[in-house]
Design a protein around this ligand. Structure first.
Ligand SMILES: Cc1ncc(COP(=O)(O)O)c(C=O)c1O
Length: 411
């Protein structure tokens, strides 16, 4: 089949403003972490409604440092969804703690808080324990806001108050997103937890090519995060190189080389300034898909009636940041997910899968996990695929993606 159109999974939406900012950095002669990083931190903190934001060289590093400053100790257990990206669990392992994989809601693919509750009240309910394994003491949790839909953080906060020390939000998908609380108030990443980690990876809603940030309300923690991201030094290079500044610097604790360079930070700055517009364009794509794909047999959409109910009502749609548009093919679909991906590729449309649940990967099988441990995550994964979703997706491309999928599933 010859494709009528090529639709990539992602195309960066960068223009003159980004070029100008990067040139400003080059012209300044200062390439590593300095003015642009500080400006980005200030802009992101203001946009996300947090007091402090500390830039890092990627989102994985942001998660690592957020966990390191959370009080979670080596050997402790940290609850995470099995349906997540490698980085969530890696960061837990980097601090010497143990990722305790959990079931997810089959529709939102966010942590199943009933499962979490059952494990907190009796660790014997966890699949590893049911097979005779012993779970470590659980003292933390990393909720992941999948695709840009925030988990119910009020409920997570309630668990944290009663049962464990630390919550770190993996907010890699939520730039600007929020959840409505019980009183109708907006809850944003990092507000009810100790810290939230953002990613500015190439495909993210706001990108610096590579980059990340930790959001927090705690000044001392922010200071420590700044230290840890640069070798544990008492002050960063930008301060040391200031005219008249002392060259003296102390290594106060074991740190990392995780600082966000100015060249990268500069790339993201103009996007933060137009983040509302970028978000609105993503939302418009999601709404167009919902309209064009309604009623396709065997296809479940992340904003259809069933999904809206699972996320807690139509009010929650407004806070969805639409990082991904992940659809699910039901068991009744005309073709399998992999066949559907192949046929979309034949038509020139690149789709991806976010993600294979962690417990189905060899590394986690070595930790004792088995197929069948998390049936809801497995069933959803079977049919899961992400359609192209980015701010610059053109109307004819949206129509072509939807028409292609409709054709494949309707026959
Ligand atoms: C849910 C989630 N967490 C963490 C990360 C890690 O971010 P980064 O790629 O910037 O290290 C990603 C990245 O794509 C992600 O999707």
């Amino acid at each position: 089949m010859t494709a009528k159109m090529e639709v990539p999974f992602f195309r960066a939406d960068l223009g003159q403003a980004e070029k100008d900012e990067v040139l400003r950095v080059i012209d300044s002669g200062w390439l590593t972490t300095g003015r642009a990083c500080a400006e980005l931190e200030e802009a992101v903190a203001a946009y996300m409604g947090r007091e402090f934001a500390v830039g890092t060289n990627n989102g994985t590093a942001a998660l690592h440092l957020a966990l390191l400053t959370s009080g979670i100790q080596p050997g402790h257990g940290v609850l995470i969804p099995t349906h997540t990206f490698a980085a969530t669990a890696e960061a837990v392992l980097y601090v010497g703690a143990v990722p305790v994989l959990c079931e997810v809601d089959p529709i939102t693919l966010n942590l199943d808080l009933e499962f979490v509750k059952a494990v907190i009240h009796d660790p014997g309910n966890h699949p590893l324990a049911r097979r005779g394994g012993k779970l470590p003491p659980i003292t933390g949790m990393v909720p992941v806001h999948y695709a840009g839909l925030m988990l119910d953080m009020e409920r997570v906060d309630h668990f944290a108050d009663h049962h464990y020390q630390a919550v770190v939000e993996d907010a890699a998908h939520v730039f600007g997103g929020y959840r409505l609380g019980k009183e109708g108030q907006k809850i944003t990443p990092g507000q009810l937890s100790g810290a939230a980690a953002l990613s500015f990876y190439a495909t993210k809603n706001v990108t610096s090519g590579e980059g990340g940030m930790v959001l927090s309300e705690d000044e001392e923690r922010a200071e420590r995060l700044r230290r840890l991201r640069l070798h544990g030094l008492s002050k960063g290079a930008y301060k040391r190189f200031e005219r008249g500044a002392s060259w003296r610097v102390d290594i106060e604790e074991l740190g990392f080389k995780y600082n966000l360079p100015d060249v990268n930070a500069a790339l993201a700055l103009p996007q933060v300034a137009r983040a509302d517009e970028l978000w609105a364009r993503r939302r418009a794509v999601a709404e167009a898909y919902a309209e064009l794909l309604a009623g396709v047999p065997g296809l479940h959409l992340p904003n259809d009636a069933e999904a809206v109910e699972a996320m807690g009502g139509a009010g929650q749609l407004a806070g969805h940041s639409w990082h991904l548009y992940a659809v699910r093919l039901g068991a009744d679909a005309r073709v399998s997910r992999d066949e559907c991906l192949a046929q979309m590729a034949e038509r020139g449309v690149t789709c991806l899968v976010h993600w294979q649940p962690l417990h189905l990967h060899p590394l986690y099988a070595q930790m004792g996990y088995e197929t069948g441990d998390f049936p809801a995550a497995e069933a959803s994964f079977e049919g899961l695929m992400s359609l192209p979703l980015f701010a610059g997706l053109r109307p004819e491309e949206i129509e072509y993606v939807a028409a292609s999928l409709r054709e494949i599933l309707q026959g």
